[in-house]
Design a protein around this ligand. Structure first.
Ligand code: SAM
Length: 193
């Protein structure tokens, strides 16, 4: 309930950067990480962790030599993550500065990027800067996973996002429907060519 209130509060203060009135479901969180092997010495970055629904799922799958960096623009969420997910390095900042945050965390590479960012409502300039940052750090074979709500999936903005990401990463995404989320969502996963 606390997490729901925290997300609702964020939405009231800043609807465009919150993007949702409630945290995602555990089912969506599981689907976001289902295809990723985090048992080895991988470097994972989560963008927009919010209350940490995806972060907990990631943390539970990290092997002893794996590391995860979570970046959120809201200092309150980051403070909560420090307490709730000590296994994860949580920093306050913009996802557009992903490369600088990864370097500061001592990451020599980034293998997987998992995003809860609300691309449908973020200003276009922010989305563009974040996508540039993702492309700058992700090596061939690296993955980018995000979700789009089913009701927004056919919209021109959502289609343009998928086209742009596919062009940048050189491949089309895999797609999984998650019905047990309010609202239902598609999980989209790109593996860079
Ligand atoms: C829709 S919430 C998703 C939270 C969580 N991943 C979930 O699915 O429940 C979006 C999150 O992105 C964060 N956010 C928005 N813009 C950001 C940016 N430019 N950089 C980093 N985080 C950002 C917000 O603070 C919020 O926590």
């Amino acid at each position: 309930m606390n997490e729901h209130l925290a997300m609702l509060g964020r939405f009231v203060r800043s609807p465009r950067t919150a993007g949702a009135v409630a945290p995602s479901s555990r089912a969506l969180a599981r689907a976001m990480v289902a295809d990723l092997d985090l048992s080895g010495p991988v470097r994972v970055v989560e963008l927009g962790p919010g209350t940490g629904v995806f972060t907990r799922e990631i943390a539970g799958r990290l092997g002893p030599t794996a590391r995860c960096l979570a970046i959120d623009i809201d200092p309150g969420f980051v403070e909560q993550l420090h307490r709730r997910c000590p296994r994860v390095d949580a920093v306050c900042g913009s996802a557009a500065d992903l490369q600088a945050h990864a370097t500061a965390a001592g990451f020599d590479r980034v293998d997987h990027i998992i995003s809860g960012l609300p691309f449908a409502s973020l200003p276009a300039t922010v989305t563009s800067a974040v996508l540039d940052a993702i492309v700058a750090v992700l090596p061939p074979g690296g993955t980018f996973t995000t979700f789009q709500y089913v009701h927004g999936y056919p919209s021109p903005l959502a289609r343009a996002f998928r086209r742009d990401m596919s062009a940048r990463l050189g491949r089309r995404p895999t797609r999984h429907l998650v019905l047990r989320n309010v609202p239902p969502a598609y999980v989209l996963g790109w593996s860079r060519r």
